[in-house]
Design a protein around this ligand. Structure first.
Ligand SMILES: Nc1ncnc2c1ncn2[C@@H]1O[C@H](COP(=O)(O)OP(=O)(O)OP(=O)(O)O)[C@@H](O)[C@H]1O
Length: 259
């Protein structure tokens, strides 16, 4: 098992965002994580990536306990994208992509951003540059000298996926990568997900586009009110009463077809 989380819990003040959640991702597996607004999807991604501290539970990455801040988890082999893309807006697309490569080796992310932006640090190698060119070509990202802040939302998402892929992660966590992306972005990101699976690594894909998710993933996990309501085959999840209840309420649970 590549990623193995059990008994994960998180309270925000009085709000119970997650309770007793288990999540497993095998080698070469793409897990779709779905659920209505507020179900706890981003919180789960935050607990895994180290952006938030879990109140309960354990996490293993490739059999090793996953602890500490996001930077050490990145070096351990986790990469993520954000619901609201977090690129360095003043840096070029190329430098943002290079940052992914550097994050896998160095801990001090924002120091690196500042160092590159001010021209004080030049921590990249020729092999980083070559890897970035390859990644950009694979994802269909052009004009690498544009400032990241000038990109459309869809382009930012594509670059963020590229930055995460540059880390060559064991597990890639994608939080709503398709939101705001155009057809070109959707196809680039979908191809990237398939390529990660092909390499035997794992992906957790969070998105509200359930049809798109179910077509891309090997397994689907449904969160409802911070708990796992379904975990299994994507087609079974789509047809499940749990999915209808989570999105439409209890009245829909017994309906056989809501499309
Ligand atoms: N920083 C926070 N402080 C307080 N409550 C929070 C915080 N972050 C999330 N929550 C609450 O925790 C619950 C789970 O939120 P979360 O963002 O993880 O859900 P989600 O499934 O990702 O939703 P969405 O699809 O809208 O992004 C919600 O009730 C939310 O309001």
């Amino acid at each position: 098992m590549l990623l193995d989380g059990s008994g994960l819990g998180k309270d925000y003040g009085g709000v119970r965002a997650l309770s007793e959640v288990s999540i497993r991702v095998d080698r070469g597996e793409v897990l779709g994580l779905v659920g209505p607004n507020g179900a706890g999807k981003t919180t789960l991604v935050d607990l895994i990536s180290g952006a938030q501290r879990a109140d309960a539970g354990t996490l293993l990455l490739d059999g090793t306990p996953l602890r500490g801040p996001a930077s050490s988890r990145a070096r351990a082999g986790l990469a993520r994208t954000f619901q609201h893309p977090q690129l360095a807006p003043d840096l070029s697309v190329r430098d943002n992509l290079v940052l992914g490569r550097l994050a896998a080796r160095h801990g001090r992310w924002w120091d690196l951003v500042r160092g590159i932006a001010t021209g004080v640090l030049h921590p990249r190698s020729a092999s980083d540059d070559a890897a970035v060119e390859r990644l950009a070509a694979e994802l269909g990202i052009g004009r690498l000298d544009r400032a990241a802040g000038d990109l459309t939302l869809g382009e930012q998402r594509l670059v963020e996926v590229g930055r995460a892929l540059g880390q060559e992660p064991l597990v890639l966590l994608l939080d709503e990568p398709f939101a705001g992306a155009d057809a070109h972005g959707i196809s680039g990101i979908s191809d990237a997900i398939r390529a990660v699976r092909q390499r035997g690594h794992g992906v957790v894909l969070v998105d509200h586009n359930i049809d798109l998710v179910s077509a891309l993933v090997d397994r689907m996990m449904l969160l409802e009110l911070g708990a796992v309501a379904f975990d299994g085959d994507p087609a079974d999840c789509l047809a499940s009463p749990q999915l209808r209840r989570a999105y439409f309420g209890e009245w829909a649970e017994g309906l056989s077809d809501v499309s």
